[in-house]
Design a protein around this ligand. Structure first.
Ligand code: 2M8
Length: 446
């Protein structure tokens, strides 16, 4: 049980979680369930750390970039050589990155990617830095790798040549088990004998009621294995895979991060124009291919089926992180956030923002990405709402984040009605983003 804590106590407790999860060069998401470095977790963690620990914030992003592949991809997992090989499945022996010429040096990694928050994180590390001279040197070090990362996403991952970056696996979405992928996964037939033998490690370390089903996991493993068999060749997998999706989270973060790249370009003496142009291209493509004017919502598009995946998930709200999002689009998102599908009645206990439609039969208050509140998606919505002048709703979301952590601790995710905490405990991005909420509110009292 957590007693009500002041902001200062919460800050100290959050920093303790991050320091406990520090493994000498980066921070693991949580001990037990996630004992390696995860890509977008590190971006969130660097932002949280930047307020009081510039050194570790920089190291977090630089250690991730040191595992970047020659083709520019930043792998979604960088394996920690100090834990046992079976500590997490799929481990390094599944991905076999070391056998590929394009994989980084001796560091073992996965071959998938995760949503591109990294450039925005690097810029925030610079902005919050205590030592500005060192921070500028840091930007000069990371800028070229981040530029290669964006080129990879904008070129190798533009599967349909429409200016949008595709994901090739639900693990690449960051919202792995979301019902948003259900339709597309239903189209994945596993031929007899094609599924490698495997043993789930997550069920040993977490409550099975919180985790993806076995049927979903089989598809996750089959798709990852197929990608590896093709040598992580994007052109081939984009042409052959049954799971090729362009969505609003990855592409909105690509816009936000491209605008961050433009700011960094000015700071390091490079030309910002290509980054601004990239942001505009992706924004126009999102408007054309992902916006559903009837529902006034952004959806993911299944490129294989050539259709929108009309699922009411939290993914639809992510374009708010684009500061230049069209007014009409921002208004559509705000009305959705205020409607009963994502906002329980004010008079009963509730927390914002559930990861899936509260009124849907598929809503589940505790299963991984199928309903619970997650602090990282809340944080993205909070920052997005602030950018679009929606301060009352933004404050409501930030209050929910703080209330959840005060009630249940730094958990991985939370029940949107009772606020009960589920999944891993002492979870890094929850701690990091709570630090950002408290520090930003202190820096800009309103
Ligand atoms: C979850 O994903 C991993 C696979 O990458 C898993 O389920 O084992 C997701 O919540 C993902 O967004 C997150 O980055 C990762 C580590 O926190 O866990």
């Amino acid at each position: 049980m957590n007693r009500a804590r002041s902001d200062s106590e919460l800050l100290a407790a959050a920093r303790e979680v991050l320091d406990e999860n520090w493994i000498g060069r980066s921070t693991i998401p949580a001990s037990g369930l996630y004992p390696h470095q995860w890509s977008w977790d590190s971006a969130f963690i660097a932002i949280g750390r930047s307020w009081a620990d510039q050194g570790r914030a920089q190291a977090e992003l630089e250690s991730l970039l040191s595992a970047q592949w020659d083709d520019g991809r930043i792998p979604h997992i960088v394996f920690n050589p100090d834990v046992l090989p079976d500590a997490y499945f799929p481990g390094s022996s599944f991905w076999r990155s070391g056998e590929l010429a394009r994989a980084a040096g001796t560091t073992e990694t996965s071959g998938l990617v995760q949503p591109p928050l990294h450039a925005q994180a690097a810029l925030e590390v610079y902005r919050n830095a205590q030592d500005r001279i060192e921070a500028l040197a840091f930007l000069r070090r990371v800028y070229p790798g981040l530029g290669r990362w964006h080129r990879y996403l904008l070129e190798a991952r533009d599967a349909a040549g429409i200016g949008l970056s595709a994901i090739l696996h639900p693990w690449e979405s960051g919202l792995d088990n979301s019902p948003a992928w259900e339709d597309a996964l239903a189209g994945v037939d596993i031929p007899d004998g094609a599924l490698p033998l495997y043993e789930r490690r997550d069920l040993v370390r977490a409550n099975p009621a919180d985790r993806p089903s076995d049927a979903a996991y089989d598809r996750f493993v089959y798709l990852a294995d197929a990608y590896r068999r093709l040598g992580y060749d994007d052109a081939r997998i984009c042409a052959m895979s049954p799971f090729v999706i362009v969505g609003p989270l990855v592409n909105a973060l690509l816009i936000w991060s491209s605008l961050a790249m433009a700011e960094m370009a000015v700071l390091v003496g490079d030309d910002p124009t290509p980054h601004r142009r990239a942001a505009s291209t992706v924004r126009a493509a999102m408007s054309k291919h992902l916006w559903d004017a009837g529902h006034r919502r952004f959806y993911s598009r299944n490129l294989r089926a050539g259709a929108l995946l009309r699922e009411a998930s939290i993914l639809s709200f992510m374009p708010l992180v684009d500061p230049q999002l069209r007014k009409e689009h921002a208004q559509g998102i705000v009305s959705d956030l205020e409607a009963s599908s994502f906002h329980a009645p004010e008079d009963a206990e509730h927390y914002l923002v559930p990861s899936y439609d509260l009124t849907s039969a598929q809503f589940d208050p505790r299963r991984y990405w199928r309903g619970p509140v997650w602090i990282n998606t809340d944080w993205l919505i909070w920052r997005g709402l602030e950018q679009h002048g929606q301060s009352a709703l933004a404050q409501h979301v930030a209050d929910s984040m703080l209330a959840l952590v005060r009630k249940s601790g730094f958990r991985e995710y939370f029940d949107p009605f009772s606020g009960a905490g589920y999944g891993a405990d002492r979870f890094s991005w929850t701690a990091a983003l709570i630090i950002d909420v408290i520090e930003r509110r202190r820096a800009t009292p309103g």
